[in-house]
Design a protein around this ligand. Structure first.
Ligand code: SF4
Ligand code: SF4
Length: 457
């Protein structure tokens, strides 16, 4: 077992917190203090009493509908150009084709559009709104990120049943097992979050833990829904004891993380996981989702490694059969490993299985980050990051480090300032790892890999 302790630091106390000296000579590339957080009054001024439509009826759009309602607004409809979505409804709100609503005289005076899709798609929608419908950003449309610029993460389960080779969970010296966040503590955390970010619409309930292990997970999801916050879960789906209750509570999205479609592939990189079990549990998840009306978006997040490419066609088929969304991604080692490698010249034993099977080798991935070192951190908006014990961490992707003992005892503004100049961000940015795991950078590559894998089937 490795004895690396590169980033395993205790939470710092308010009175002992110091900015990392690294930032005396370099500006931080992860500064979320620059984002304005909208109040309800700010939003009233923006909408000017017009009908509000949300462009995008996926996870983000659905989540934002709930946040609007919490803040006293209603959406007149969703907009979506996908013919499969047009005519459907979510929580009583209908999906329209954009032409139905926006191709009318003076539409910009009657309608305000909030765009709610992933970044690349948002850019296309901005162009369509401006060029086809004559809308103006900031006057007749805006991205929901402008109102709620942060993506909070709350770790409801500080432990996991697997020890994946790409994850710091595989090495107990990097990441020890914690406990569950109790419902009572979750309630305290989420109420403060809503006060600090009035339009918060989505909270991810995981980092290094398996959220479905938490026996109160369904209550947490229900509480979020009652407050107008969509819940995002990610699961390895090896233990489904609480799955049906969680699905009944209605999370907006559940991601299933997979790295193979057989014992021979899956169990090499999802260390400790059992393929037969996961395979059965996927069928169960599909049935349970169907039972509750297929309300939850189920995403199959497939980590592409050398050893599992031949299984891509099978996973595509499975997604069709079970009504899951296929989300291929380039497998990587999570941040603690490249940092350890860069600082000590070696990797913990546990990461070797994943490293040996990467499609793009570790040194090339590191070089790719260095090429982009001047750019901002891809996780700047992911804050605050709250651990199962309510301590606050600077980053959702480095194993537990602390910037405050309790989220309840410190303002969001102070937390963002601490994160910006934290030692974790300093050591990360020193090595350009603030660009690590930028899946957007590899999206063309991933598409080609998938296309070729399917063509060879
Ligand atoms: S990657 Fe996820 S499932 Fe695997 S050990 Fe880490 S937290 Fe657990
Ligand atoms: S530690 Fe995390 S939040 Fe900080 S710069 Fe690195 S990736 Fe960004």
């Amino acid at each position: 077992m490795s004895t690396l302790t590169v980033v395993n630091q205790p939470a710092e106390h308010t009175d002992t917190y110091r900015r990392d000296p690294y930032f005396e000579g370099a500006p931080s590339k992860c500064d979320a203090t620059r984002y304005k957080i909208y109040s309800i009054e700010d939003a009233k001024r923006l909408f000017r009493g017009r009908d509000v439509y949300i462009w995008g009826a996926g996870q983000k759009g659905r989540g934002f509908l709930l946040a609007l309602r919490r803040c006293g607004f209603e959406a007149k409809g969703f907009l979506d150009s996908n013919p499969q979505m047009v005519g459907t409804e979510y929580m009583g709100v209908r999906v329209y084709h954009p032409d139905q609503t926006l191709k009318v005289p003076d539409a910009g005076e009657k309608v305000f559009v909030l765009t709610a899709t992933v970044d690349l798609k948002n850019k296309e929608i901005f162009a369509t709104l401006e060029q086809e419908y004559g809308f103006v950003r900031g006057r007749s449309f805006e991205n929901i990120q402008a109102l709620s610029p942060l993506y909070p993460t709350i770790e409801v389960t500080g432990l996991c049943n697997l020890r994946c080779s790409s994850c710091p969970r595989s090495d107990a010296s990097m990441l020890e097992n914690g406990k569950f966040m109790s419902y009572a503590n979750y309630e305290r955390v989420i109420h403060k979050l809503v006060r600090e970010i009035p339009f918060v619409y989505l909270v991810d309930l995981y980092m290094w833990g398996e959220p479905l292990l938490n026996p109160e997970i369904a209550d947490v999801i229900r509480l979020n829904n009652s407050l107008g916050i969509a819940s995002g879960l990610s699961t390895n789906l090896n233990n489904v004891r609480n799955l049906e209750a969680a699905m009944e509570a209605y999370p907006a999205q559940i991601r299933v993380s997979l790295s193979g479609m057989s014992k021979e592939t899956y169990e090499v990189t999802h260390t400790g996981g059992k393929w037969d079990q996961v395979s059965k549990n996927m069928e169960f998840l599909s049935k349970v989702n169907e039972k509750f009306g297929n309300r939850t978006i189920v995403e199959l997040y497939f980590h592409l490694y050398q050893h599992n490419l031949h299984e891509v066609p099978a996973i595509v088929e499975l997604c069709k059969r079970y009504n899951f969304r296929f989300h291929p991604s380039l497998a990587i080692l999570l941040h603690d490993f490249p940092l350890a490698y860069l600082e000590t010249g070696r990797l913990p034993e546990s990461a070797q299985a994943a490293k040996d099977r990467l499609l793009i080798d570790l040194d090339t991935l590191i070089d790719d980050c260095e090429k982009q070192t001047d750019r901002n951190c891809i996780l700047t908006r992911v804050a605050p990051v709250i651990n199962w014990d309510m301590s606050v961490m600077p980053c959702c992707t480095f194993a537990y480090t602390g910037i405050a003992r309790s989220y309840l005892e410190i303002s969001l503004a102070d937390l963002l300032d601490r994160r910006t100049y934290s030692s974790t961000c300093a050591s990360c940015q020193k090595h350009a790892l603030h660009r690590w795991n930028d899946q957007g950078y590899y999206s063309g590559y991933v598409q080609n890999v998938v296309k070729n894998a399917v063509a060879q089937a």
